[in-house]
Design a protein around this ligand. Sequence first.
Ligand SMILES: Nc1ncnc2c1ncn2[C@@H]1O[C@H](COP(=O)(O)OP(=O)(O)OP(=O)(O)O)[C@@H](O)[C@H]1O
Ligand SMILES: [Mg+2]
Length: 298
Amino acid sequence: MSFTIDATACGVEAGDRHAPLIQVRALKAGYGERIILQNVDLDVFPGEVLILLGGSGCGKSTLLKQMIGLEQPLSGSVLINDRDVHAARGAERTRILHGFGVSYQTGALFGSLSVLDNVLLPLEECTDLPKPLRLRVARMKLAQVGLAGFEDHAPSELSGGMVKRAAIARAMVLDPCVLFLDEPSAGLDPVTSAELDALILDLARSLGMTFVIVTHELASVFAIADRVIMLDKSRQGIVAQGDPRTLRDHSTDPMVHDFFHRHVSGRGKGEIPEPLNREPLNPEPLNSEALNPEPLSP
Ligand SMILES: Nc1ncnc2c1ncn2[C@@H]1O[C@H](COP(=O)(O)OP(=O)(O)OP(=O)(O)O)[C@@H](O)[C@H]1O
Ligand SMILES: [Mg+2]
């Protein structure tokens, strides 16, 4: 397959920051008979850091998978730069897929490959660049995420934060204009998580990269989000969107208020929440993806 590094892989012209890059319209999504999301409408604008928020099981990962065309909607559409992600076929689909990178919630690096080989994989699968150039691009991406010197390490020799950064290097190796990151800071200590936030901000501000990020970390939300979209399980969709500080300080929606102020629903304000290590109130069935490694790209 022929491939050139294309800075406008999504077809967005420089300066065209007001036209949405991604448009989700009347999206209904679920699994079998079970509806998880409905009436979802949202836009993602070029260069913004958009964060998807909400309690466990509300459908954040489901929405993300719909946005990248990995799951088929029950109805509605997802357009990336006016191209329908789910309807596209052949060369058009390939072009859309090359326009974004993904780091999955349960995805990690392939343990049997070195860090460099992990980052090389998409270049080998999707491009016909000569090997020296592939190596140069992969090394450059690793340097961009602060992993120069770790190319030959096995993933098991890296810290959790380094693995996340390597996964981001792999997600951005084809120079996508959008990066989708599902829980990038899950399991990281606050300092490492803050370093990852700084990396994301740097990539967004210096390269103009667009980010759609799922996270539970409120510190990350306030550090990096230009805008948040909040989903709710019982209402099966978006309950609030906008500037996170405005939502925190002014939302009159009890669910939004509780989320930002870390209150457990049904308790009086200021009461001490349950310890975090108790059993979940509503255990979710095991997501099949937890058992299977993620594909590199959909
Ligand atoms: N492949 C699947 N098949 C069937 N049900 C699924 C599948 N993936 C997710 N679900 C269900 O859909 C609902 C939403 O799941 P999803 O993973 O989108 O939630 P989430 O908001 O990302 O949660 P978390 O914060 O825990 O990651 C859950 O009830 C989950 O069990
Ligand atoms: Mg999830």
